[in-house]
Design a protein around this ligand. Structure first.
Ligand SMILES: C[S@@+](CC[C@H](N)C(=O)[O-])C[C@H]1O[C@@H](n2cnc3c(N)ncnc32)[C@H](O)[C@@H]1O
Length: 212
């Protein structure tokens, strides 16, 4: 049950290899970053969940006031620190934490981003409610994650089994529909749904917390 109970061990183990692997579809990634920037403003305080080596935090940094990148892997965060210094970026901080960390008080962030991490939360609804809580009214939640529920049933079941047996972190079998439902239940309104890459199946969802 090694990685089931301590997923950070898995990410620490593969950190160097992960950091060396190129972005799967660089054109699509760049289009995504440009799109995200169109939603950001220079006053924004952003939280990036599962920031890994911090690439996205660094790429968004010059469009906002501050970015906090959080991750459970100390080794990935150390690589993120090194890369931030190399790029001479001063408004990004990397913190070893999850979204449930009490340092993140209610209505703290203007924008929360989560790329390829939500499927590691066993209780998606609980995670989405917590993200809603730490966002300011009118704040944005921007996400994209693995949706094994939209793919072959066998692939999904095998990956979930590998997680249950502890060979890798436990993965929640999500679908785009399930995520949209969870967002709506928490109180978000989905304002845009975009597919940036032909070769990557998942949608990027942009959701807003109402002003009230
Ligand atoms: C597949 S990587 C995605 C990294 C990056 N967001 C991207 O899109 O390239 C998943 C990352 O989420 C982190 N992670 C896994 N579970 C987490 C959790 N509960 N809270 C914060 N980070 C987590 C892992 O350590 C890893 O860095």
């Amino acid at each position: 049950m090694l990685f089931r109970t301590s997923p950070e061990k898995f990410w620490n183990l593969i950190a160097k290899k992960y950091a060396a692997s190129p972005i799967a579809d660089l054109d699509a990634y760049q289009r995504k970053i440009e799109k995200l920037k169109s939603y950001l403003s220079s006053d924004d305080d952003v939280l990036d969940i599962g920031c890994a080596t911090g690439t996205q935090c660094d790429d968004l940094a010059n469009s906002v006031k501050h970015v906090t990148g959080i991750d459970i892997s100390r080794k990935l965060l150390d690589i993120a620190e090194t890369r931030k210094v190399e790029r001479e970026i001063s408004n990004v901080d990397f913190v070893e934490a999850t979204i449930f960390d009490s340092r993140f008080e209610a209505s703290r962030f203007n924008v929360v981003t989560a790329f390829y991490v939500l499927h590691f939360y066993e209780d998606l609804d609980e995670a989405v409610r917590r993200i809603y809580e730490i966002l300011k009214p009118d704040g944005l939640f921007i996400l994209e994650t693995a949706c094994l529920g939209d793919k072959s049933i066998i692939t999904g079941k095998l990956i979930r089994l590998a997680g249950k047996l502890g060979f890798m972190p436990l993965i929640n079998i999500l679908s785009t529909q399930k995520i949209e439902q969870s967002l709506e239940q928490a109180g978000f309104t989905v304002i845009e749904k975009i597919k940036f890459s032909e070769s990557i199946d998942e949608y990027t969802l942009i959701a807003r917390k109402p002003l009230r």
